[in-house]
Ligand binder design. Sequence first.
Ligand code: SF4
Length: 266
Amino acid sequence: MIKEKIIKSALSTSKLPGLDYALNPYRGCEHACVYCYAPSVIHWDKGKWGELVEAKVNLPRILSKELRAKKKGVVGLGTVTDPYQRAEKKYKITRQCLELLLMHDFPVCIQTKSSLVLRDMDLLKRFSNIEVGVTLTALDENVREKLEPGASSVEERLMALSELSKNGIDTWVFLGPVMPYITDVEALVDAIAIVNPKYVLMDRLRLRWGVWERVREFIEGFKPELLADYERIFLKGEDYYSAVFERVRRRCDEKGVMCKMNRLVD
Ligand code: SF4
């Protein structure tokens, strides 16, 4: 369900690495990823995550005023919601924001799991400073469907990355969260290398409030034999990620892809 929402401010200061401002055209996210911790960040109290989305219909008008007064800085588009989720097809709030950001020449960093970003290629190509990040968690479409039910398929995302690159847009891949014993990191890096991103940013699964319950439910339904492994890693603190990240780094080196670790701390 989508509800329209009137807001009072558009840009907020961002503490995320490389960003000065955060801009989120929607509140809530239809992609409904199992591992999403945005509900805890925005104190979501409107039912099951993914079922309701609030479209900030007056956001472009407010943003237009703010851009005239704010110091220029990098705007992260979609830090706690996907700016290209399905509601965007109808509302085009992200597109209107991009038009304004372009007019004021603000640098922009987009992060999405949707190939709908290609709709705005005409605008993206005109920015002097823009990059688009696409998240990939697993190469197996069966895993993707269960983990990120509302998002674009793996194939669509790889195609989006490829098209963006071909059109001269800087891209990057958020490789995460790496799901223990589910994400085939080598296969994923191999597929990513073909679409030529500027860099890969890898991240582990972060169990902020509510996430463990959803991940456990997912594992119980998808691969119950992994439940004991997940409990060792996430409840007892077994170090799973050091070795996996080393494997990602090695494979990225072999494929000539720059690799970084997400610096976000829980
Ligand atoms: S796309 Fe991002 S914001 Fe949306 S549900 Fe998935 S993790 Fe959360």
